[in-house]
Design a protein around this ligand. Structure first.
Ligand code: SF4
Ligand code: SF4
Length: 379
């Protein structure tokens, strides 16, 4: 099925969301995925402790509407699970569920919030990775439903259907992948392996309020008034790129899915629902990391040499604003290169070892880390 549905969804009001989710089900024939007795895991984006209004995490009312649609179809064994950035412990999960509004939602809708911090190794026949450790509720589910948030992403360009699945990898094993696949393109290719391994059956996108600018956590909320859905996560990400005017080659997961022959051109995807809304977003600020990404247009033989220069001088770097820093250590905890030290209650980066993955920027709870372009590229 190569269809993507797009529905105008102006607000997080339950009856509007119920109507939107029902439309997605009907337009895509999603009932065929479901049967009573199925064990379903919902995978929202719960990156960090942020309130729903901050647009960093999937809004709980979107999840609630999906739950109601499932229950209406006789599916009652429903667990919500994610491995956010940072530690994967019961304490960390409980705090994030509460702040993100998932605790209240789960009580009201009578679903389980995952507190099992175990994982299972799944071997794969994929491209770069031979096995992944996958959190138990995803590894054990009959069916996984991905519920992502439309956001920009400083490293991969887009945080959509494919990128959201990185939360299937437990806790601090995620920075290990950043260290192993330092380059954004390689890292995104690994994410395609992950997507092929966990295989979400359906993906919903919360694009009622999205995040533009330096996402996935340092950007700005923007009202986009939409929900989207598809069975094919690669097609869905192609549509998201079209929606926010991001060239496919700047969204590394989309680029990798084309290179692997998994994605279709936008013109080959059947868009259904409120199709005119594909042109409804006039402008959407892309991350500061993106405008200098010109190297992929050069001939392959010269890219290595240019990389050596651009890595040193032109690739945007994370800069800590010491006045804002509260010394919490979240950046150091998530830094795959272990190149951040906390001294006298402030964080300092040793740039000699920095691999420019922006995990620190992503995990800073007070937005004290900014992504700064080289002076040559600042407007
Ligand atoms: S300092 Fe930040 S950008 Fe550099 S390696 Fe560490 S987490 Fe990545
Ligand atoms: S830069 Fe941010 S994450 Fe790092 S110690 Fe300071 S406040 Fe915490």
């Amino acid at each position: 099925m190569n269809k993507v549905s797009i529905i105008s969804t102006d607000d997080y009001i339950p009856h509007l969301l119920d109507s939107a989710v029902e439309s997605h089900f009907q337009l895509l024939g999603l009932d065929s995925f479901l049967r009573p007795g199925l064990r379903v895991t919902l995978k929202p984006n719960l990156l960090m402790k942020r309130t729903p209004e901050e647009a960093t995490t999937t809004h709980p009312e979107v999840v609630a509407a999906v739950v109601r649609a499932l229950k209406k179809r006789g599916v009652t064994d429903i667990t919500l699970a994610d491995s956010p950035g940072g530690l994967y412990t019961v304490g960390a999960l409980s705090g994030i569920y509460k702040t993100c509004g998932m605790t209240d939602m789960a009580q009201r809708e009578e679903i389980q919030l995952n507190l099992d911090t175990g994982w299972r190794e799944i071997t794969t026949q994929t491209h770069r990775v031979t096995s992944f450790n996958i959190i138990n509720p995803v590894a054990q589910a009959d069916l996984m439903i991905n519920i992502c948030k439309l956001k920009t992403h400083c490293m991969t360009g887009l945080s959509g259907a494919v990128k959201n699945l990185f939360g299937c990898v437990p806790g601090l094993q995620k920075p290990e992948f950043h260290y192993r696949f330092k380059d954004g393109a390689e890292f995104s290719d690994m994410l395609i392996d992950l997507c092929e391994t966990v295989k979400p059956a359906i993906t919903f996108v919360d694009a009622v309020v999205s995040m533009e600018g330096d996402g996935p956590s340092g950007g700005t909320p923007i009202h986009t008034g939409l929900t989207l859905c598809a069975a094919n996560p690669y097609s869905l990400d192609v549509v998201l790129c079209r929606l926010i005017h991001m060239p496919n080659e700047q969204a590394y997961t989309v680029k990798a899915s084309f290179e692997r022959g998994l994605a279709s051109a936008y013109e080959a995807i059947e868009l259904v629902g409120d199709t005119q809304k594909i042109d409804s977003i006039q402008s959407f600020r892309l991350p500061a990391t993106k405008p200098v990404d010109f190297n992929t247009r050069l001939p392959k033989w010269i890219q290595g040499a240019v990389n050596a220069v651009t890595d040193r001088w032109l690739v945007p770097k994370p800069v800590i604003h010491l006045k804002q820093c509260i010394g919490c250590g979240k950046c150091a905890e998530s830094c795959p290169a272990k190149t951040i030290a906390i001294t006298d209650g402030k964080a300092y980066i040793d740039y000699g070892n920095c691999i420019k993955c922006y995990c620190c920027h992503e995990m800073c709870p007070v937005k004290a880390i900014h992504v700064k372009r080289s002076r040559l590229f600042r407007s």
